[in-house]
Ligand binder design. Structure first.
Ligand code: GDP
Ligand code: IMO
Ligand code: MG
Length: 422
């Protein structure tokens, strides 16, 4: 079966850490969507690694890591990630395989992202500017370049044709984007040569053979369910399918091959970039979460917006994904708060509702909170569930009841070892 690990909020829930923790149980770890807009942090043995394209199982001896067809790859960023792993003597030929059907982010995709955001002005999405939107536009617009194209004689012609088209589009935007295409192409082509040394596979065939041979697969999402293009806070979303269904199209496995769906969420909420965020805090509590939680984007370094847990949104995400078990991250960040709050309904058009309505901007929804007693204990060294503070257990029990799914893992710090099974 293919188990899924999904982020249930606006990304940065701690997916990288949990994939790393779970990898020992799997033969294959696979990314199925997104690209280098993701930043997945792993901390172990005193070292910190941030992965953008490479699946978070890469530090284990056994697991094979696959970049699936649904992912978009920037060769330049991919090369940097590979270079950063040079100390680990990883045999990439056997441990990291790339789908021929994954799309390539060109230098001009990044420029188009910048042009589009500049034109939007105040209404900008707050994109990571990694070229994600333009690359998926070319994919669905049937113009894209894929990893498998690098094996064709005429791939350079395809590259040139698409780049020329992009340059015309950038002019059309009539915004002032400074760039030196020669410089960008220089590093791009160096990275392409390195990329060509990797093993390309027909990944859908690979996954289905693996399943027929009884192999276990964990699919690792990028971003979170509230950033999904269909159901997220559109247009303030990313351009891929970050939900359970996305794993089927992004890997080529059928829905009846999906096993467990692990949903992970922070004990509070963060968001980076623009867009509505009903439980966002602008007070001392928000500042405290940001400081203790060290809430800065792993990809862009931007400060993350912070707020209380939104259970209405969490329940929505659990529902669209068919989550079978939950993992709660960063409970340690809430230690020391006298009172903890969670949104348990919205007032929308004068009525109290407990589902996510079409508009969740500040002017459309008012948040109704339920309050919980905080816990004062430092839990970062806690090893067993029995030693977790009672008030935290009560908070977790409330969440489980509200969303109807059990919390099986609690993370109490960024390190691999700071993980408790309930
Ligand atoms: P991802 O994108 O979902 O993999 O998450 P990020 O790596 O972008 O952000 C999660 C951040 O929280 C990283 O800095 C992690 O090291 C850190 N982190 C993960 N789990 C915990 C936890 O339980 N407690 C604390 N304090 N930090 C955590
Ligand atoms: P991980 O995998 C948090 C946000 C951006 C922006 C919006 C669109 O680390 O959880 P894009 O670059 O896709 O055009 O940006 O989505 N965003 C993320 N926020 N974590 C991420 O990834 C994100 N990837 C994109 O900030 O608001
Ligand atoms: Mg992240």
């Amino acid at each position: 079966m293919v188990d899924l690990l999904l982020g249930l909020q606006w990304g940065d829930e701690g997916k990288g850490k949990i994939v790393d923790v779970l990898t020992k149980n799997y033969d294959i770890i696979a990314r199925f969507q997104g690209g280098p807009n993701a930043g997945h942090t792993l901390i172990f043995d005193g070292n910190k690694h941030v992965l953008h394209t490479i699946p978070s199982g890469i530090f284990h001896d056994k697991a094979v890591n696959i970049v699936g067809n649904g992912v978009v790859i920037d060769p330049v960023i991919f090369k940097k990630e590979i270079d950063n792993l040079s100390d680990y003597n990883i045999d990439f030929n056997s441990k990291l395989l790339l789908s021929r059907k994954a799309h390539i982010i060109l230098p001009t995709h990044r420029l188009l992202d910048a042009a589009s955001e500049t034109l939007k002005g105040k209404a900008k999405i707050g994109s990571t500017l990694k070229g994600i939107g333009p690359t998926y536009m070319d994919k669905t617009g049937r113009n894209g370049l894929r990893i498998g194209d690098l094996e064709l004689e005429n791939w350079k012609e395809k590259y040139n044709a698409l780049t020329q088209k992009h340059l015309k589009l950038i002019n059309f935007y009539e915004v002032d984007i400074q760039y030196d295409l020669n410089e960008l192409e220089k590093e791009f082509f160096v990275a392409i040569e390195m990329l060509k040394s990797f093993v390309f596979i027909d990944s859908e065939e690979f996954f289905n053979n693996a399943l027929n041979n009884g192999k276990t697969i964990l699919a690792e999402v990028a971003q979170g369910s509230l950033l999904v293009v269909d159901f997220g806070t559109y247009p303030f979303v990313t351009s891929s399918n970050t939900t359970a269904a996305g794993a089927c199209t992004g890997l080529g496995v059928a829905p009846n091959k999906i096993g467990d769906v692990y949903g992970i969420f922070k004990a509070y909420t963060t968001r980076v970039g623009s867009g509505p965020f009903p439980t966002e805090l602008f007070d001392e509590d928000g500042k405290k979460m940001a400081k203790i939680g060290n809430e800065f984007g792993a990809t862009t370094g931007r400060p993350r917006r912070c707020g209380w847990l939104d259970l209405v949104a969490l329940k929505y995400a659990v529902q669209i994904n068919g989550v079978t078990q939950l993992t709660m991250m960063k409970g340690d960040v809430l230690s020391g708060f006298d009172t903890i709050k969670a949104c348990t309904s919205y007032i929308y058009k004068g009525k109290e509702i407990s589902f996510l309505p079409y508009n969740i901007e500040k002017e459309n929804v008012e948040v109704v909170y339920t309050e919980f007693k905080g816990w004062q204990k430092d839990i970062t060294k806690t090893k067993t569930s029995e030693d977790l503070p009672k008030n935290m257990i009560d908070y977790i029990a409330y969440i489980e009841k509200f969303v109807g799914v059990s919390v099986k893992i609690v993370s109490v710090g960024p390190d691999r070892t700071q993980t408790i099974r309930l």
